[in-house]
Design a protein around this ligand. Structure first.
Ligand code: IPM
Ligand code: MG
Length: 399
């Protein structure tokens, strides 16, 4: 027993040291990258696995079309990066193999398809999720997830903390004895400060007058307590923005409450709650297949779907029917991130028309619906000059 305790203590000490080092790195963090100072914006395309390569290819095709001028002039360059497949990660026994990470780090921005997250009992080694690793390795601290259902008055943007909480040490728990398992959750002042400020700045810039923090600070007193009290402090620096806070349990209920949910606008949450609530939120919009996600850090940014790799669709031979909307929405966020605001907006309008307002063809995930290729064709046709504005206007008039 003494031996088990000593071992656990020394593991814990290692974890504490790592986190203290991380705090020092955050304190001396560089400023935000300014793409105006960069000659060529390098965009890495990572297909991932499962349905990932299918839907990523569609999104890349749409971006290629919209960034044609920049690709020609060399202002933007795409690089396909292989090696994030579960087979390769399993073979190297690394969540992101060293050589793949090295290649990734030569890019500014990533468009990344879903990747399989192993779990106990899988044929793969139980390695860390490569999403979680990449978010940590590239310090992509803000996971920004918009969800919009215009007909229902829903217009939410979630700011999920992406490098701390229960996630960052999710693969570092300790089996102290055969009977005792301990996991850890982490909140730092620096890590909370940067996500909360980003959310408030976003609200301010976009004329949004309400920010809501979601925690369980009444029970998880130390880490969630810290997150909430920092949010409260920062809120006082933004007197024009109304701030409130909710607990995660009642918040999941309130999202289903049609009268209350439209009041929420910008939400800030620790990692795990952000993971859960954004899947629920996406369901109102048409499911996780329709939601894109931006992982933003000061140096790197990664755009992806909010869902997983759906290996079952591949096993059943249905991968070509997977909905690429999530990845294409992530692509729209990528466009906005590099300053192509207009094109981002046009793409989002086309997605709204094709995916909800018009739905001339629809995706069902099976041969009963359109395949990804047909859907992208429909989307591209909708984006033609003149066409988009007319169709958009007609829907605004009828709804
Ligand atoms: C997400 C996903 C990931 C997460 C998985 C695939 C590890 O659910 O991006 O929300 O839990 O963060
Ligand atoms: Mg999730």
């Amino acid at each position: 027993m003494a031996n088990a305790l000593d071992k656990a203590k020394s593991r814990f000490e290692g974890i504490l040291k790592e986190q203290l080092d991380r705090i020092e790195r955050m304190k001396s963090e560089e400023d935000w990258i300014d793409y105006r100072q960069v000659d060529t914006i390098a965009i890495g395309i990572l297909g991932g696995d499962g349905i990932g390569p299918f839907i990523t290819e569609h999104a890349a095709k749409v971006l290629e079309f919209l960034l044609e001028d920049e690709l020609k002039s060399g202002r933007v360059a795409f690089h396909v990066i292989d090696g994030l497949t579960i087979e390769n990660r399993a073979e190297k026994n690394q969540s992101v193999p060293d050589d793949v990470l090295e290649e990734i780090k030569t890019q500014h921005i990533l468009l990344k398809g879903p990747t399989t997250t192993p779990r106990k009992g899988d044929p793969w080694p139980n390695i860390e999720s490569c999403n979680v690793s990449l978010r940590r390795y590239l310090d992509l601290f803000a996971n920004i997830r918009p969800v919009k259902v215009p007909k229902e008055g829903i217009d939410w943007v979630f700011f999920r903390e992406n490098t701390e909480g229960a996630y960052v040490l999710g693969s570092s728990g300790i089996n102290v004895t055969e009977d005792l398992a301990i996991d850890f959750t982490v909140t730092t002042s620096q890590g909370t400060d940067r996500i909360v400020r980003l959310a408030f700045d976003y609200a301010k810039k976009n004329g949004i007058n309400r920010v809501t923090a979601v925690t369980k600070a009444n029970v998880v007193k130390t880490t969630d307590g810290k997150f909430l009290s920092i949010a409260q402090q920062i809120a006082s620096e933004y007197p024009d923005i109304e701030f409130d806070d909710w607990y995660i349990d009642i918040m999941t209920a309130k999202l289903v409450d049609k009268k209350r949910r439209t009041q929420f606008k910008v939400m800030i949450l620790p990692n795990l709650y952000g993971d859960i609530l954004t899947d629920e939120a996406a369901e109102f919009q048409g499911g996780v297949g329709t939601a894109g996600s931006a992982n933003i850090g000061k140096r790197y940014a990664m755009f992806e779907a909010i869902h997983g790799s759906a290996p079952r669709m591949v096993d059943e031979g249905r991968a070509q029917y997977a909905d690429p909307s999530s990845m294409i929405r992530a692509g729209a966020m990528l466009l906005r991130h590099i300053g192509a605001e207009n094109r981002a907006r046009r793409l989002e309008m086309a997605l709204d028309i094709c995916g909800s307002l018009e739905r001339k063809i629809s995706i069902t995930g099976r041969s009963t619906g359109a395949n990804g290729n047909e859907y992208v064709g429909y989307l591209m046709d909708t984006m033609k000059d003149g066409e988009l504005e007319n169709r958009w206007k007609s829907y605004q008039e009828t709804t």
